[in-house]
Ligand binder design. Sequence first.
Ligand code: NAP
Ligand code: MN
Length: 266
Amino acid sequence: MRYSVVVKTDSESAAISELLHEKLEKINFKRDDDAPEIVISIGGDGTLLHAFSKYKSMLEKVAFIGVHTGHLGFYADFRPHELDILVDRLASNRIDVIDYPLLEVDLFFHDGSKDSKLALNEATLRTHDGSTLVSDVSIKENHFERFRGDGLCISTPSGSTAYNKSLGGALVHPSFRAMQMTEIASINNRVFRTVGAPLILPAHHYIKMSLVNAGHYKVTVDTNHFLYDRLERIECRVAKESVRFARLRSLPFWQRVHNSFIADKL
Ligand code: NAP
Ligand code: MN
């Protein structure tokens, strides 16, 4: 089996990575950073987001595993002291693979060009200088609202526990092929009106966010940030692609929610 690792830049993660390489060498796994079948991230959820970003062009061939150093994560839910269990499972090929939905983010520019990105957590749209974002939001070509506020966040189910949660969005089980739109500080008064609630949309819907004013816009896709000066609109939908995680033991989503946000009893 070919594997690669993506490691957070701290000494604990580096030490775990060394140990893991030794153990994987013993079971004849070959390190291959160009065409891995397993990608192991060692660090936090942010590290796994980096690993996803690095290997997003080969998602159908790769399964991700997250080992956390520091605190428990959502993607990084394996603990360093469980390395032997992890290696045993990999050695005997007892790996279940679970699919999580992703978000496709299509960017359209005033010069007619287009770009497309994949998000594991979410995409956000806001102005570059912090001025009010004014965006016409439509759902499946039907005008929905003229949004005014700091920004908009469109998240995946597995990203619902990240930024989306801070914005008052719902936690969505990753077995739903869905996306969620949440508002970032919308302006609501007698003149301006937005729905004021998170929306959860199914896989066959798409959201179009057209920019009303010319200007500079900031788009985030997970840990990546982009600045654009000719952005015309963004469209978001549940992606055709999904991401595969190697499940080496069962840790149900709601248990992870409990452990992360209520009390970690493990
Ligand atoms: P970061 O500042 O380290 O991330 C913020 C926190 O979100 C960290 O505790 C991170 O865990 C955690 N996180 C990431 N993905 C998660 C998930 N799916 N479920 C639950 N928690 C999650 O930055 P980062 O590590 O580069 O992560 C980027 C993410 O940060 C973005 O995708 C966005 O979701 C989130 N974020 C949140 C806010 C907010 O809540 N106000 C603002 C900006 C960005 P680790 O410490 O394990 O990395
Ligand atoms: Mn982080």
